[in-house]
Design a binder for this molecule. Structure first.
Ligand code: BTN
Length: 258
């Protein structure tokens, strides 16, 4: 498979933000861009983005691995320094929303979202998000939004919880990682402003793309499995699961239709 190194200049021309991605760290190999931004205390600027061509210990949600072929995809993390703790789940949902919007804007593909933050094309997983944070004296100090997008990879060996795909597989043509990353970051900055001022709009946009709301679902965590109706997302971004006549607020887990 043809590999092409990420062209920072090409990306930079299309970046139209004030803060997000203005400080940009390009790395050939790293364990995980999330770990890098969480631990590297010299990097302090809100909006710093670290992009790696290869992660040797890419991490996914619920202690899973994130596999990604070198130079084919986008594996990057965004450092945020000014997030209101009460809105952290909305930032998480917002990140998946902007990845879906960017793919739609650039490639006119139909995307959908799966709670909390999987981006699907044709019910196959194209991107995932891992949000992690560090607090100091009960205040969020560093929030790291890690995003993995399958961009140009075409073969996915191994076992996956949800069948994987890539933008290229669905678009039937190689796509520009530089263009996609700049679109994602441009939209993410706008969405962060919206989360400050009108978080309900971000939640509405997210819900519009989630096909599971109203359906019978199964929510699995490492501890237990719950069955019910996916009633809604509340104003803090938690899933509301209707179990018989009561509604439970779900903080994390894997959701699937049953
Ligand atoms: C998931 O769907 O389970 C989340 C996957 C998140 C993967 C990204 S790739 C960049 C960043 N660094 C990591 O180690 N993980 C996230």
């Amino acid at each position: 498979m043809e590999n092409k190194e990420f062209q920072i200049e090409e990306f930079d021309i299309k970046l139209d933000t004030e803060e997000i991605g203005r400080q940009f760290v390009y790395i050939q190999h790293v364990d995980s861009t999330n770990t890098y931004l969480l631990n590297n205390k010299d990097l302090k600027i809100h909006g710093t983005v670290a992009l790696a061509e290869e992660q040797t210990k890419g991490r996914g949600r619920m202690n899973r691995d994130w596999q990604s072929q070198p130079e084919q995809n986008l594996t990057f993390s965004i450092l945020l320094r000014k997030v209101d703790g009460k809105k952290i789940n909305i930032v998480n949902l917002g990140a998946s929303l902007v990845v879906a919007q960017a793919i739609e804007n650039l490639y006119q593909l139909n995307t959908s979202l799966k709670w909390p933050n999987d981006v699907l094309i044709d019910n196959k997983k194209t991107a995932g998000i891992l949000l992690e944070s560090v607090s100091k004296a009960n205040e969020l100090d560093r929030v790291v939004v890690g995003i993995g997008i399958n961009v140009n990879q075409t073969n996915f060996a191994g076992k996956y919880l949800i069948e994987p795909t890539s933008v290229r597989k669905e678009f039937k043509s190689r796509v520009s990682r530089e263009k996609l990353l700049s679109e994602v970051l441009n939209l993410f900055e706008e969405t962060l402003y919206k989360i400050d001022e009108k978080p309900e709009e971000v939640l509405e946009d997210w819900k519009e793309r989630c096909k599971m709301i109203g359906g019978k679902i199964k929510v699995e965590s490492t501890k237990e499995t719950k069955y019910g109706i996916f009633e809604d997302i509340d104003n803090e971004g938690f899933l509301l699961l209707k179990i018989n006549d009561r509604v439970e607020r779900i903080h994390f887990g894997d959701v699937s239709l049953r």
